[in-house]
Design a protein around this ligand. Structure first.
Ligand SMILES: *Cc1c(COP(=O)(O)O)cnc(C)c1O
Length: 387
């Protein structure tokens, strides 16, 4: 019997990250081999007719098993992008004519999908600013089938009380789905907080090296089977090479994210004392409005933060960004390298300045994805650029 088939006797997150799902090759190599074939013999005992678009290849099974283990779920599906996980998850949970309660300050791509849901699928969506049981109560209808949330949010790191939303939804027999991208399974495991469906943009912390795109859905077996059927038809599966890259990356996710957590805490504290920084949004700081709930539902505060430079002179902001040496100004997040973006120019560029200000997204706001470099070097980079 190969090692991969032996009874699994580990329980820690690092052990799961390294071992869960591995399908060893017939040489006894310790890794799942890359198996990119699209023509696969089918006259075998299993009776199934394999085709990679239907998520049937071993590289998919290996990564899906690992991701399910990391989130503590029954099953997982790995898709081509985070957006394919969002669209597949929502369309598998909700039928035409039904209604969704969704947090208003969600990821921009999810917000764009709301328009598709409304116009092409006849699904009604109510966007809610404060995800409290009272607000949910007053906005639910007889057709409400799903509550969709995200915590921490982009870019202000707002925190939703996940278990209170899930308790409310269970009482009302409504499904819950969460975008757990910012926290990663290392810092937050929403199934344990009562959530039904988790999605990840695996392009971010799961991939972790800014070199692949992928998405993941985690939930109960029957729900994931429904997602698999739908996304096979839509053609949202991921190729064997990127699945293999993702499997390799996930082996170090706990180490990476823990280093990002500790770097972020040190940097947030340093920034909050700097005279040229007006405000730091990081759930690990006791000054953050969501700090207590974050401390209750997260095991680490994450590697994402945002901060506001003093004043409103955007040329000071741009000079600061240009003066950084190690930290890049680049889109995306969750990589081992530190990056910054200006949300007013990127994720929220389509809104008017008035709309942005109403949401608290000012021109001097910078989103910071903290990498695994040495905290002293990152602080030195910031200090020099702020001179
Ligand atoms: C990036 C991102 C997505 C979308 O993921 P893609 O892999 O880019 O499709 C969804 N949610 C959050 C929070 C993200 O950061």
């Amino acid at each position: 019997m190969s090692k991969a088939n032996k009874q699994q006797i580990y329980s820690g997150l690092n052990s799961k990250a390294v071992h869960a799902g591995t399908q060893r090759d017939h040489f006894g190599g310790v890794n799942t081999p890359v198996q990119p074939s699209t023509a696969i013999e089918y006259l075998n005992e299993s009776g199934s007719v394999p085709y990679p678009r239907n998520f049937t290849i071993p590289n998919h099974e290996a990564v899906a098993t690992k991701i399910a283990a990391l989130e503590g779920g029954e099953a997982a599906l790995v898709l081509a992008t985070g957006m394919s996980a969002i669209s597949t998850g929502i369309l598998s949970a909700v039928q035409s004519g039904q209604h969704i309660l969704m947090q208003s300050n969600i990821y921009g791509g999810t917000r764009a999908f709301v328009d598709i849901l409304r116009w092409k699928h006849d699904i009604r969506v109510t966007l809610i600013d404060r995800m409290t049981p009272e607000e949910l109560d007053s906005n639910m209808t007889g057709d409400t089938a799903l509550v969709y949330m995200e915590s921490p949010t982009n870019p202000l790191l707002d925190i939703i009380d996940i278990s209170s939303v899930c308790t409310w939804a269970k009482d009302n027999r409504i499904l819950t789905m969460i975008d757990n991208t910012f926290a990663s399974p290392v810092n937050q495991q929403p199934l344990k907080l009562g959530c039904d469906i988790i999605m990840h943009s695996a392009t971010k912390y799961m991939g972790g090296h800014s070199d692949l795109m992928a998405g993941a859905l985690i939930g109960k077996n029957d729900f994931i089977e429904r997602c698999r059927t739908l996304s096979s038809v839509y053609g949202m599966s991921l190729n064997a090479v990127d699945l293999s890259l993702l499997e390799r990356s996930l082996k170090t996710i706990v180490l990476r994210v823990q280093k990002q957590n500790s770097n972020a805490m040190e940097i947030a504290q340093w920034l909050s004392k700097h005279p040229l920084i007006a405000k730091v949004h990081y759930p690990g700081l006791s000054s953050h409005p969501g700090h207590e709930i974050a401390a209750k539902q997260m095991s680490g505060f994450g590697g994402m933060m945002s901060f506001e430079l003093s004043g409103n002179d955007t040329s000071f902001r741009d000079a600061f960004l240009r003066s950084l040496s190690m930290i890049s100004v680049a889109t995306s997040l969750g990589g081992i390298e530190s990056t910054m973006t200006i949300p007013a120019q990127t994720s929220h560029s389509l809104l008017t300045p008035e709309e942005r200000n109403a949401m608290g997204i000012h021109d001097m706001l910078i989103r910071f994805s903290i990498g695994i470099e040495d905290a002293e070097d990152l602080i030195q980079d910031l200090e020099r650029a702020l001179l």
